[in-house]
Design a protein around this ligand. Structure first.
Ligand code: ATP
Ligand code: MG
Length: 327
Protein backbone atom coordinates (compact mmCIF):
# COMPACT_ATOMS: atom_id res chain seq x y z
CA UNK A 1 0.00 0.00 0.00
CA UNK A 2 2.90 2.35 0.63
CA UNK A 3 3.61 2.22 -3.07
CA UNK A 4 -0.11 2.64 -3.71
CA UNK A 5 -0.08 5.97 -1.91
CA UNK A 6 2.88 7.04 -3.98
CA UNK A 7 0.93 7.03 -7.23
CA UNK A 8 -0.70 10.20 -8.46
CA UNK A 9 -4.12 8.62 -8.80
CA UNK A 10 -5.91 5.85 -6.90
CA UNK A 11 -9.19 4.71 -8.44
CA UNK A 12 -11.46 3.19 -5.78
CA UNK A 13 -14.30 1.08 -7.13
CA UNK A 14 -16.22 -2.12 -6.37
CA UNK A 15 -19.75 -3.26 -5.69
CA UNK A 16 -22.29 -0.62 -4.65
CA UNK A 17 -22.60 -0.03 -0.91
CA UNK A 18 -19.49 -1.98 0.09
CA UNK A 19 -17.62 1.03 1.47
CA UNK A 20 -15.94 2.76 -1.50
CA UNK A 21 -16.49 6.24 -0.11
CA UNK A 22 -15.41 5.15 3.36
CA UNK A 23 -12.21 3.59 2.00
CA UNK A 24 -11.53 6.57 -0.28
CA UNK A 25 -11.85 8.85 2.77
CA UNK A 26 -9.50 6.66 4.81
CA UNK A 27 -6.95 6.66 1.97
CA UNK A 28 -7.30 10.44 1.78
CA UNK A 29 -6.41 10.68 5.48
CA UNK A 30 -3.42 8.38 4.99
CA UNK A 31 -2.20 10.36 1.99
CA UNK A 32 -2.42 13.63 3.90
CA UNK A 33 -0.76 12.10 6.97
CA UNK A 34 2.14 10.95 4.81
CA UNK A 35 2.74 14.59 3.94
CA UNK A 36 1.25 14.50 0.47
CA UNK A 37 -1.23 17.11 -0.61
CA UNK A 38 -4.21 14.89 -1.17
CA UNK A 39 -7.56 15.41 -2.86
CA UNK A 40 -10.49 13.00 -2.69
CA UNK A 41 -12.72 13.46 -5.74
CA UNK A 42 -16.30 12.23 -5.46
CA UNK A 43 -18.38 11.72 -8.56
CA UNK A 44 -21.86 13.14 -8.86
CA UNK A 45 -23.27 15.76 -6.60
CA UNK A 46 -22.50 13.87 -3.41
CA UNK A 47 -20.44 15.87 -0.87
CA UNK A 48 -20.14 12.89 1.44
CA UNK A 49 -16.68 14.01 2.52
CA UNK A 50 -17.58 17.55 3.57
CA UNK A 51 -20.45 16.00 5.56
CA UNK A 52 -18.12 13.50 7.20
CA UNK A 53 -15.64 16.21 8.17
CA UNK A 54 -18.40 18.57 9.31
CA UNK A 55 -17.65 21.13 6.59
CA UNK A 56 -20.25 23.08 4.70
CA UNK A 57 -20.77 22.26 1.06
CA UNK A 58 -18.72 24.29 -1.41
CA UNK A 59 -20.11 27.64 -2.44
CA UNK A 60 -19.98 26.72 -6.12
CA UNK A 61 -20.20 23.28 -7.71
CA UNK A 62 -16.88 21.62 -8.27
CA UNK A 63 -14.99 23.84 -5.82
CA UNK A 64 -12.19 22.21 -3.84
CA UNK A 65 -12.52 22.56 -0.10
CA UNK A 66 -9.98 21.90 2.61
CA UNK A 67 -11.14 19.26 5.07
CA UNK A 68 -8.09 19.27 7.29
CA UNK A 69 -4.44 20.25 6.77
CA UNK A 70 -3.20 18.60 3.59
CA UNK A 71 -6.56 17.07 2.64
CA UNK A 72 -9.10 18.48 0.21
CA UNK A 73 -12.24 17.22 -1.43
CA UNK A 74 -14.19 18.03 -4.54
CA UNK A 75 -17.18 16.65 -6.35
CA UNK A 76 -17.22 16.13 -10.10
CA UNK A 77 -20.64 16.12 -11.68
CA UNK A 78 -20.24 14.43 -15.09
CA UNK A 79 -23.09 16.35 -16.73
CA UNK A 80 -21.73 19.65 -15.54
CA UNK A 81 -18.21 18.63 -16.55
CA UNK A 82 -19.49 18.07 -20.08
CA UNK A 83 -21.32 21.43 -20.16
CA UNK A 84 -18.21 23.17 -19.02
CA UNK A 85 -16.01 21.38 -21.46
CA UNK A 86 -18.34 22.23 -24.36
CA UNK A 87 -18.45 25.81 -23.17
CA UNK A 88 -14.68 26.07 -23.53
CA UNK A 89 -15.25 25.23 -27.19
CA UNK A 90 -18.21 27.51 -27.62
CA UNK A 91 -16.78 30.68 -26.13
CA UNK A 92 -19.24 32.81 -24.23
CA UNK A 93 -22.26 30.55 -24.09
CA UNK A 94 -23.54 30.18 -20.54
CA UNK A 95 -23.76 26.75 -18.97
CA UNK A 96 -27.52 27.19 -18.59
CA UNK A 97 -28.05 28.11 -22.20
CA UNK A 98 -25.88 25.30 -23.33
CA UNK A 99 -27.72 22.81 -21.12
CA UNK A 100 -30.98 23.80 -22.75
CA UNK A 101 -29.58 23.90 -26.26
CA UNK A 102 -30.18 21.25 -28.82
CA UNK A 103 -26.43 21.21 -29.54
CA UNK A 104 -25.77 19.87 -26.07
CA UNK A 105 -28.62 17.38 -26.17
CA UNK A 106 -27.44 16.26 -29.58
CA UNK A 107 -23.84 15.94 -28.50
CA UNK A 108 -24.67 14.09 -25.27
CA UNK A 109 -26.88 11.64 -27.15
CA UNK A 110 -24.55 11.18 -30.11
CA UNK A 111 -21.50 10.67 -27.95
CA UNK A 112 -22.16 8.14 -25.22
CA UNK A 113 -19.25 8.12 -22.85
CA UNK A 114 -18.52 11.82 -23.43
CA UNK A 115 -19.59 12.78 -19.90
CA UNK A 116 -17.45 10.05 -18.43
CA UNK A 117 -14.48 11.00 -20.55
CA UNK A 118 -14.74 14.67 -19.72
CA UNK A 119 -14.97 13.77 -16.00
CA UNK A 120 -11.71 11.86 -16.37
CA UNK A 121 -10.19 14.83 -18.19
CA UNK A 122 -11.02 16.80 -15.06
CA UNK A 123 -9.44 14.17 -12.84
CA UNK A 124 -6.32 14.31 -14.96
CA UNK A 125 -6.18 18.07 -14.68
CA UNK A 126 -6.31 17.73 -10.90
CA UNK A 127 -3.48 15.19 -11.01
CA UNK A 128 -1.34 17.24 -13.35
CA UNK A 129 -1.87 20.65 -11.88
CA UNK A 130 1.38 22.14 -10.73
CA UNK A 131 2.10 23.46 -7.27
CA UNK A 132 2.29 27.22 -7.44
CA UNK A 133 4.80 29.38 -5.60
CA UNK A 134 1.91 30.61 -3.55
CA UNK A 135 1.27 27.09 -2.27
CA UNK A 136 4.85 26.64 -1.30
CA UNK A 137 4.87 29.90 0.63
CA UNK A 138 1.59 29.40 2.45
CA UNK A 139 0.97 25.71 2.13
CA UNK A 140 -2.69 26.47 2.39
CA UNK A 141 -5.88 25.62 0.59
CA UNK A 142 -6.46 27.33 -2.68
CA UNK A 143 -7.93 26.24 -5.91
CA UNK A 144 -4.80 26.78 -7.91
CA UNK A 145 -2.77 24.37 -5.81
CA UNK A 146 -1.47 21.12 -7.20
CA UNK A 147 -2.00 17.77 -5.55
CA UNK A 148 0.46 14.96 -4.95
CA UNK A 149 -2.30 12.39 -4.74
CA UNK A 150 -5.84 12.25 -6.08
CA UNK A 151 -8.14 9.52 -4.73
CA UNK A 152 -11.09 8.99 -7.06
CA UNK A 153 -14.21 7.70 -5.33
CA UNK A 154 -15.38 6.08 -8.54
CA UNK A 155 -18.84 4.65 -9.28
CA UNK A 156 -19.63 0.97 -8.75
CA UNK A 157 -17.93 -1.66 -10.94
CA UNK A 158 -20.07 -1.58 -14.12
CA UNK A 159 -20.18 2.19 -14.36
CA UNK A 160 -16.55 2.49 -13.37
CA UNK A 161 -15.51 0.12 -16.15
CA UNK A 162 -17.63 2.07 -18.65
CA UNK A 163 -15.96 5.26 -17.47
CA UNK A 164 -12.47 3.77 -17.71
CA UNK A 165 -13.32 2.55 -21.22
CA UNK A 166 -14.43 5.97 -22.38
CA UNK A 167 -11.04 7.27 -23.63
CA UNK A 168 -10.66 4.25 -25.84
CA UNK A 169 -14.26 4.33 -27.10
CA UNK A 170 -14.06 7.99 -27.76
CA UNK A 171 -10.61 7.87 -29.30
CA UNK A 172 -11.94 5.38 -31.83
CA UNK A 173 -14.81 7.70 -32.84
CA UNK A 174 -13.16 11.08 -32.70
CA UNK A 175 -9.67 10.86 -34.06
CA UNK A 176 -8.65 14.49 -34.15
CA UNK A 177 -9.28 17.67 -32.23
CA UNK A 178 -8.92 18.68 -28.59
CA UNK A 179 -11.03 15.91 -27.08
CA UNK A 180 -9.15 13.24 -29.03
CA UNK A 181 -5.86 14.53 -27.63
CA UNK A 182 -7.26 14.66 -24.13
CA UNK A 183 -8.66 11.16 -24.48
CA UNK A 184 -5.19 9.97 -25.40
CA UNK A 185 -3.62 11.67 -22.38
CA UNK A 186 -6.27 10.25 -20.03
CA UNK A 187 -5.73 6.81 -21.47
CA UNK A 188 -1.98 7.06 -20.90
CA UNK A 189 -2.63 8.05 -17.27
CA UNK A 190 -5.00 5.14 -16.70
CA UNK A 191 -2.70 2.59 -18.31
CA UNK A 192 0.51 3.65 -16.60
CA UNK A 193 1.15 1.70 -13.35
CA UNK A 194 3.65 4.35 -12.25
CA UNK A 195 0.86 6.89 -12.36
CA UNK A 196 -2.40 5.21 -11.38
CA UNK A 197 -3.54 2.39 -9.10
CA UNK A 198 -6.80 0.44 -8.91
CA UNK A 199 -8.34 -0.61 -5.65
CA UNK A 200 -11.48 -2.73 -5.33
CA UNK A 201 -13.70 -2.67 -2.28
CA UNK A 202 -15.79 -5.76 -1.61
CA UNK A 203 -17.78 -7.45 1.09
CA UNK A 204 -17.01 -11.03 1.96
CA UNK A 205 -20.09 -12.24 0.06
CA UNK A 206 -20.40 -14.36 -3.03
CA UNK A 207 -21.84 -11.52 -5.11
CA UNK A 208 -19.28 -8.93 -4.10
CA UNK A 209 -16.37 -11.33 -4.65
CA UNK A 210 -17.75 -12.29 -8.08
CA UNK A 211 -18.00 -8.63 -8.95
CA UNK A 212 -14.38 -8.11 -7.86
CA UNK A 213 -13.30 -10.91 -10.18
CA UNK A 214 -15.27 -9.32 -13.04
CA UNK A 215 -13.64 -6.01 -12.29
CA UNK A 216 -10.20 -7.56 -12.45
CA UNK A 217 -11.05 -9.16 -15.79
CA UNK A 218 -12.48 -5.91 -17.14
CA UNK A 219 -9.45 -3.92 -16.11
CA UNK A 220 -7.14 -6.35 -17.79
CA UNK A 221 -9.19 -6.41 -20.98
CA UNK A 222 -9.67 -2.67 -21.19
CA UNK A 223 -6.47 -1.22 -19.81
CA UNK A 224 -4.13 -4.18 -19.51
CA UNK A 225 -3.98 -3.45 -15.79
CA UNK A 226 -4.32 -5.59 -12.67
CA UNK A 227 -5.99 -4.59 -9.46
CA UNK A 228 -3.35 -3.25 -7.10
CA UNK A 229 -5.34 -3.91 -3.94
CA UNK A 230 -8.59 -5.49 -2.81
CA UNK A 231 -10.14 -4.37 0.45
CA UNK A 232 -12.67 -6.72 2.00
CA UNK A 233 -14.69 -4.41 4.19
CA UNK A 234 -16.90 -5.20 7.17
CA UNK A 235 -15.37 -8.47 8.32
CA UNK A 236 -16.88 -10.02 11.43
CA UNK A 237 -14.84 -10.66 14.56
CA UNK A 238 -14.02 -14.25 15.43
CA UNK A 239 -15.31 -14.23 18.96
CA UNK A 240 -16.47 -17.80 19.47
CA UNK A 241 -15.44 -21.24 18.40
CA UNK A 242 -18.03 -23.73 17.15
CA UNK A 243 -17.73 -25.59 20.50
CA UNK A 244 -18.43 -22.41 22.44
CA UNK A 245 -21.50 -21.73 20.32
CA UNK A 246 -22.71 -25.29 20.92
CA UNK A 247 -22.32 -24.85 24.66
CA UNK A 248 -24.27 -21.56 24.45
CA UNK A 249 -27.06 -23.45 22.66
CA UNK A 250 -27.16 -26.20 25.25
CA UNK A 251 -27.08 -23.61 28.07
CA UNK A 252 -30.26 -22.06 26.68
CA UNK A 253 -32.35 -25.04 27.70
CA UNK A 254 -30.93 -25.05 31.21
CA UNK A 255 -31.47 -21.38 32.00
CA UNK A 256 -34.09 -20.25 34.52
CA UNK A 257 -37.32 -19.44 32.71
CA UNK A 258 -37.42 -15.63 33.08
CA UNK A 259 -33.98 -15.03 31.52
CA UNK A 260 -34.32 -17.81 28.92
CA UNK A 261 -35.56 -15.55 26.06
CA UNK A 262 -32.61 -13.21 26.61
CA UNK A 263 -30.07 -16.03 26.58
CA UNK A 264 -31.77 -17.43 23.49
CA UNK A 265 -31.55 -14.06 21.67
CA UNK A 266 -27.89 -13.61 22.67
CA UNK A 267 -27.14 -17.10 21.42
CA UNK A 268 -28.81 -16.35 18.07
CA UNK A 269 -26.87 -13.10 17.69
CA UNK A 270 -23.59 -14.90 18.43
CA UNK A 271 -24.45 -17.60 15.89
CA UNK A 272 -25.32 -14.99 13.23
CA UNK A 273 -21.95 -13.27 13.66
CA UNK A 274 -20.22 -16.64 13.60
CA UNK A 275 -22.01 -17.69 10.40
CA UNK A 276 -21.41 -14.37 8.69
CA UNK A 277 -17.72 -14.61 9.58
CA UNK A 278 -17.57 -18.16 8.25
CA UNK A 279 -19.07 -17.11 4.91
CA UNK A 280 -16.68 -14.18 4.74
CA UNK A 281 -13.63 -16.36 5.33
CA UNK A 282 -14.83 -18.79 2.64
CA UNK A 283 -15.27 -15.91 0.20
CA UNK A 284 -11.89 -14.37 1.05
CA UNK A 285 -10.31 -17.78 0.45
CA UNK A 286 -12.16 -17.94 -2.90
CA UNK A 287 -10.85 -14.52 -3.78
CA UNK A 288 -7.30 -15.59 -3.03
CA UNK A 289 -7.69 -18.86 -4.93
CA UNK A 290 -9.54 -17.88 -8.06
CA UNK A 291 -8.27 -14.49 -8.49
CA UNK A 292 -6.04 -13.17 -11.06
CA UNK A 293 -4.51 -16.26 -12.61
CA UNK A 294 -1.27 -15.23 -14.24
CA UNK A 295 -1.43 -11.61 -13.14
CA UNK A 296 0.36 -9.96 -10.27
CA UNK A 297 -1.74 -10.70 -7.16
CA UNK A 298 -3.11 -7.59 -5.53
CA UNK A 299 -2.54 -6.73 -1.89
CA UNK A 300 -5.51 -8.12 0.06
CA UNK A 301 -6.59 -6.10 3.07
CA UNK A 302 -9.51 -6.48 5.43
CA UNK A 303 -11.40 -3.90 7.44
CA UNK A 304 -13.46 -5.10 10.38
CA UNK A 305 -17.11 -4.22 10.68
CA UNK A 306 -17.28 -1.37 13.17
CA UNK A 307 -20.12 -1.73 15.63
CA UNK A 308 -20.58 1.98 16.08
CA UNK A 309 -23.96 3.73 16.00
CA UNK A 310 -22.72 5.88 13.13
CA UNK A 311 -19.71 5.65 10.88
CA UNK A 312 -18.32 9.07 11.77
CA UNK A 313 -14.93 10.66 11.30
CA UNK A 314 -13.50 8.91 14.39
CA UNK A 315 -14.49 5.57 12.83
CA UNK A 316 -12.86 6.51 9.50
CA UNK A 317 -9.69 7.45 11.39
CA UNK A 318 -9.81 4.02 12.99
CA UNK A 319 -10.18 2.39 9.55
CA UNK A 320 -7.27 4.46 8.20
CA UNK A 321 -5.07 3.42 11.14
CA UNK A 322 -6.00 -0.21 10.53
CA UNK A 323 -5.10 0.02 6.83
CA UNK A 324 -1.82 1.73 7.65
CA UNK A 325 -0.82 -1.06 10.06
CA UNK A 326 -1.42 -3.63 7.33
CA UNK A 327 0.77 -1.93 4.78
N1 ATP B 1 -16.18 -1.13 8.23
C1 ATP B 1 -17.41 -0.68 8.36
N2 ATP B 1 -18.12 -0.95 9.49
C2 ATP B 1 -19.40 -0.52 9.64
N3 ATP B 1 -20.06 0.22 8.72
C3 ATP B 1 -19.41 0.53 7.57
C4 ATP B 1 -18.06 0.10 7.34
N4 ATP B 1 -17.67 0.58 6.13
C5 ATP B 1 -18.72 1.26 5.63
N5 ATP B 1 -19.76 1.23 6.49
C6 ATP B 1 -21.10 1.83 6.27
O1 ATP B 1 -21.67 1.17 5.16
C7 ATP B 1 -22.41 2.07 4.37
C8 ATP B 1 -21.88 2.07 2.93
O2 ATP B 1 -20.57 2.63 2.94
P1 ATP B 1 -20.10 3.64 1.80
O3 ATP B 1 -21.06 4.74 1.64
O4 ATP B 1 -18.67 3.96 2.06
O5 ATP B 1 -20.24 2.65 0.56
P2 ATP B 1 -20.13 2.98 -0.99
O6 ATP B 1 -19.53 1.77 -1.63
O7 ATP B 1 -19.43 4.27 -1.19
O8 ATP B 1 -21.66 3.10 -1.38
P3 ATP B 1 -22.26 3.64 -2.78
O9 ATP B 1 -22.11 2.50 -3.76
O10 ATP B 1 -23.68 3.94 -2.43
O11 ATP B 1 -21.46 4.85 -3.17
C9 ATP B 1 -22.28 3.43 5.03
O12 ATP B 1 -23.39 3.62 5.86
C10 ATP B 1 -21.02 3.30 5.85
O13 ATP B 1 -21.03 4.18 6.94
MG1 MG C 1 -20.04 5.99 -2.26
Amino acid sequence: MASLLQRKLIVVTGKGGTGKTTVASALGLLGARSGRRTLVAELGDQHRLPDLFGRSHPSHPGAEIELEPGLWSTSIDPERALFEWLRTLGGRISTRMLAASSTFQYFAAAAPGAKELVSLVKVRELCERRHTDRDRRHDSANEDGGYDLVVLDAPATGHALAMLRSPRTFGAIVRAGPLAEQAQAVRAMLEDPAHSAYLAVAHGTEMAVSETLELEEGLRRQLDRDLDAVVVNGTMPRRFTRQELDSVSSATGKTASDSAPLVEAAGQAARAVYERGRVQRTQIARLRRQRFAGGKPPVLLTIPFLFTPELDLTAVHEIAAGLERKL
